[in-house]
Write a protein of this length. Sequence first.
Lengths: 473, 156
Amino acid sequence: MNRSGMDKFKENLKNIRASFAASLLRTKRPISGRSRAAVMLNNFFLHIQGVRTNINTLRPSYTFGLGLVSLFLLFFTTISGILLMIYYSPSTGEAYNTVKDITYVVFAGSLMRNVHKWAGEGMIIFVMLHMARVFYTGSYSRPREFNWLVGIMLLILTFVLNLSGYMLPWDQLSYWALVIVSNIIQSSKELTDALGITPYFDIGGMAKEFFLGGTVPGKATLIRVYFLHIMLLPILLFIFLGVHFWRIRKDGGLSRPAGSAEKSVFSWPDLLRAETAVFMLCLAGVLVYSFYVDAPLREMANPLIPENPAKAPWYFLGLQEMVSYSAFMGGIVAPGLAILGLALIPYLDREDGHAGIWFSGRQGKITALQSMFAGAAVLAGLLAFVIRFGWFRNWWPDVPQILIIMVNPAGIWVAFVALWSLRVIKKTGSTRMGAIALFTMFLVGYVMLTYVGTELRGPNWEFYWLKSQWPMH
Amino acid sequence: MDDKTGDKEGITRRGFLGMASLWAVILSSLTLLAGIFRMSKADVYYEKSRRFKIGRPENFPVGTVKKLDDKRVFIFSDNDGLYAVSSVCTHLGCIVNAVDWGFQCPCHGSKFNRDGRVISGPAPRNLPWFKISRHVDGSLVVDAGREIRTGTKFRV
């Protein structure tokens, strides 16, 4: 009896690989149709995806993998962020030194910080590109309206997470971005001041104090921003992400042209192979970029000496450009209206039959191109006029502020976009075309204003074609 | 359990109690939320006092222009007296620089004249002037928490 017991033991030892794999995957090797279905259904991580995938979903020219890229970048920021937390300390005295330690003393610390930074900023680009893909393929239409809203929440969270991360190193960039952002938060004071009700109802000041944990940026602020960055915002992001993926499944997978062949393949292996390929490309891209390009770190924060020019991070420079005309209009009303406009698109354009076709065909392409050129021309003209001739305050120094709040370049741009979109709806008789005009001009505005704020604004926020023309000081 | 309230005027007892308990849940949740928000505002800030001494008047002879960096204020002295002008731009809070024609903000290009009035740029209002008073020990005290009308100078 002893001998056969040893035999069993040896046999089990020999089969350990197969039996472990079976226990892990809860199924046999996925080689038959049945077992391929089973492996997707039975695995916690895989069951989020369908057993079968429509072939349209796997067409690289349909999705470009943009949503996946955003997801993988999020993975990289999460992992590198957890590693950075080993050293980082969120106190005004220590923060800068610990970031310096991470950069110069810790093994691979600089690389991890770069990965964290560039994957995070990459998310902004790829989430926006993903949004553009979803929009131009008409994928927000019924039944996917709500997932479009979830997507907009994810976009906002991506922006706020990036911004809060920007403040943590507590260097000059962090500090002065923090000053600017806290004052944008406060900017409804501009309106209450103009109406003369600030002493009774200072909502801007209250919001600023809530954010800063005081009246000036300091210890309390850094802890607050850190808490937002590593706790509150990531939790919200992952919750919304879960809803986003769940809705993709519930809404019937990715959008595809109506009446297209309902041909599908098993997700294992075709979908997983495609996803793995995107993952490897992403990882390679982030690592190579992070190896060559370092995340900036300036001198330690000094509340007495502002940077000149003091700039917010690049993804907010479009906002800063608008803010340079009126803080309230450019910092709160215009972006608020932009987000509201984006959010309402699937509810104001209820046309069916556009899903899955890029630009909804020829007319959409023409509308998009026209809107792009018209928007670029009007915005460039508007900016050129303001840069050359100034605005009300330069002509009539005593003009009441309320007039500037009501009439300023940011407001004019928003009004133009709205009117142009309405005109397109009227002319084409299609709300989808109006939506294309609106969204295209949103993208044009974001890109152009960001470019002007980043590249063309120098010391004292004055206009320069090239950075090499900035005066020395 | 019949819900045939449609043909009856008013509201049933069951319906009333149901709505009352629903609103109790909503109101108590909102109160809780208000408490959570209130918690984020401490009763005391460990910040520097906004009232500070700047020394005796003799240190500020006529013609003085002094920038007190850490207090974020300029002290001027002319024939009419002393005055304190904030150095924090009213637009987005950058520190303005004194130039020969007034003040210039490095962040978004706001310009102010020598009295701190906005000349150009996005700043929504003038640079505030602060109250100056005299302490019993003879030194001057600036209260950066109290704005006064532009042009009000402290006669020594």
